[in-house]
Design a binder for this molecule. Sequence first.
Ligand SMILES: [Zn+2]
Length: 401
Amino acid sequence: MLGNGRFTLENHVLDSIQESEVVRLLQALIQARSDFPPGDCRTTVAVIADKLTAANIPFDILANNPHQPNLVATLPGNAQTPTLLFHAHIDTVAPGDPAVWRHPPFSGAVENGLVYGRGAGDDKSSVTAQIMALLTLARAGVRLNGRLQVAVVADEESGAHQGTRWLRDNHHLQPDFLVVGEQTQNQVAVAERVACGIDLTIFGKSTHGAMPWAGDNAVMKTARVLAWLEQKLFPQLAAKSHPYLPPATLNIGKISGGLQWNIVPETCKVEMDRRLLPGETRAAAMAEIESLLDEYNATVEPLKYELFSTGKVAPNINTTPDEPFVQCANNALQDVTGQPQELTGYVQTSDGRWFAGDGFPIIIFGPSDPAVGHATDEHVSVEHLVTATKFLTLLALRWLN
Ligand SMILES: [Zn+2]
């Protein structure tokens, strides 16, 4: 595969990866439910703990909430530093209606080279590949020049308060290089957009539903304002670009307004998801909307509104493509696949953002397509899963050599 006698050790290690074992681990993780709510990860983490124990690999179970344990395994090397951290989350979203699935969502059924189940892509395939890479290196007796850690975290789908944020803020994770396992279709991603929730409330004047002319209907006004924003703001957002990411976007996620059918509504609230590109800030994104609403007020009709945004907006992952760690990763991927590889960006937002301000290189890499995560019939290809395992093994072998 690597095609050169110089890489005998690499070939030897990679050839020891057994597809059947990789698939069995993913199936066992899918069968041990960890869907949110409630996102109880105890049985899933136990599957991994058993496997590590059998291989004599040291690990810690770290939990702020006992039902949402995190597991951090360490392959000690010849040196304490640097620490290369593989990170992926073990919780999943809910399965929805199991009856509409091709295979039961917690079966881990394999059909035509695809493993099906909730978490098959997001994110148990990444957990599987990362744990199998660690096991492969440990069994081969490789002594790396640095520490390889794998963090299997809970609570990614519900805010990371018991998972990555807690681990990082309490110094349980202190990597020098980080691979975040999320679905990048086995490409090396160097950037992601971050989510910024913004609420817009539009005010009108209530009155009896029989006399709409005497009031100012906040719901109807909101409909007009949103049409205006679609026309004015969306092209501005679409013009913002990044070499590896889709443009900035705004999603109107939820609208609520009015009290009941026979009252003219006084207020209407719009909950929006603004995805920020690297370099954008919440304040700038809000100012952009504000200026258009003020223009609406000045040129279309009087408008009384409030914009509100709260919660922590993490910095973007935006790793320089010529960073040696990125280059090492992309070369390893090319060698494992035998194909030229292009860097990419991650379309969604990962737990890696909690480290994005810490100043070390971060890449995002994982099997499966982000479009099948959170969907009915979520799946991953066995080939992708095994390739990801080989890539992570080779990356650790080369970067900590
Ligand atoms: Zn995920």
